[in-house]
Design a protein around this ligand. Structure first.
Ligand code: AMP
Ligand code: MG
Length: 326
């Protein structure tokens, strides 16, 4: 079975093609704002300008043309409404024109499914850390459940906001990581974990207010130490609660070496448990949508084209996952 997946939730327009569990193509084009954060209307304009080229590139990476595709999958949500619209429209028009079955998939669930396909994780606790999301997720009783999540902004968004105050261009996470390597003094910042949830907006405000008073490399170092320790604390409790022995870290922030180091240490200290990062597929991409779509289509078939809109607030734990056996 050949599935074509379309990703368009935020800055990336991507198309991936998966044939019987093997990734055949993964083409993408990313919008980068000239100034400030992501402007939704500019990002969606980027997506409709690039959609055709990305589709052609993806098909060219395979031996197939569009008529060979058995199922079209697209990111139905969560995401920026204007951006989701483009992927949804491209998917529906391809499905209608070529009479191909279609499924709408949950973007967060897709990050987990591509993680399971490209690492040897089978039933992990997932720490999903990206520009728009910060969630701790694990499968339990028919759904991927959210065991902990941000109470305000996502971790990537927090890093990018703090970076902007330091005049670092978007996305600021990678440069914060570089500067943090030079820092050595831990500066006192808010550490906010409430139950299994966490919050980053107070950390951003406090770090911004200290920029003129302390060494900014120390501030970058401290920002990472506080933010990542909050995430790892909640992830560790999710592992203890569920009894699962694999930790999957994914999303754009998973590229951070200090976060990976803290995750590896936590997993190791829990009886040598395993820690996985789907390196080439952490960032948003079309292959992950193809993989989740293929599993969904095989288990439950296609969806009604006319009823299939986008859903900007679709939660991980509202999503049916009929392909997983309890
Ligand atoms: P995503 O939304 O999954 O595409 O990821 C984008 C986010 O990842 C942005 O907020 C980036 O600042 C962040 N990011 C990318 N690389 C790193 C890194 N090395 N360290 C921290 N954050 C990063
Ligand atoms: Mg994502």
């Amino acid at each position: 079975m050949i599935t074509l997946g379309i990703e368009s939730t935020a800055h990336t327009f991507g198309i991936g093609i998966i044939e019987d569990g093997t990734i055949q193509a993964n083409s993408k084009d990313q919008y980068t704002p000239e100034e400030g954060g992501i402007h939704p209307s500019e990002a969606s304009e980027h997506h409709y300008r690039k959609a055709d080229t990305v589709l052609d590139q993806a098909l060219a990476q395979t031996d197939h043309d569009i008529e060979d595709i058995d199922c079209i999958a697209f990111s139905r949500g969560p995401g920026l409404p204007q951006c989701l619209q483009i992927g949804g429209t491209v998917a529906r028009s391809l499905a209608a024109q070529h009479d191909i079955p279609i499924v709408g998939v949950n973007h967060c669930v897709a990050h987990i499914e591509i993680g399971k396909l490209t690492t040897d994780a089978t039933d992990p606790v997932t720490l999903y850390v990206s520009g728009g999301n910060a969630q701790i997720i694990a499968y339990s009783g028919g759904r991927y459940r959210v065991f902990g999540e941000t109470l305000d902004i996502a971790i990537g968004n927090a890093l990018d906001k703090f970076a902007r105050a330091l005049d670092i261009p978007h996305p600021g996470g990678p440069e914060i990581e570089q500067r943090a390597r030079q820092g050595e003094t831990l500066i006192d910042l808010p550490y906010v974990v409430k139950g299994m949830d966490f919050s980053f907006s107070g950390l951003v405000t406090e770090a911004q207010s200290k920029i003129d008073d302390v060494d900014t490399d120390d501030l970058c170092f401290s920002f990472q130490e506080y933010a990542f320790a909050m995430l790892i604390e909640a992830a560790e409790r999710a592992m203890a609660h569920t009894g699962k022995d694999e930790l999957l870290v994914t999303g754009g922030v998973a590229a951070n070496n200090r976060l990976q180091e803290m995750a590896a240490t936590m997993a190791e200290e829990r009886d040598g448990q395993r820690f996985k990062v789907p390196h080439a597929y952490c960032m948003d991409n079309g292959a992950m949508i193809a993989q989740a779509g293929a599993r969904q289509y095989r288990a439950a078939g296609g969806e009604e084209l006319s009823a299939l809109g986008t859903d900007p607030n679709w939660r991980t734990d509202q999503t049916e996952v009929p392909w997983i056996d309890d």
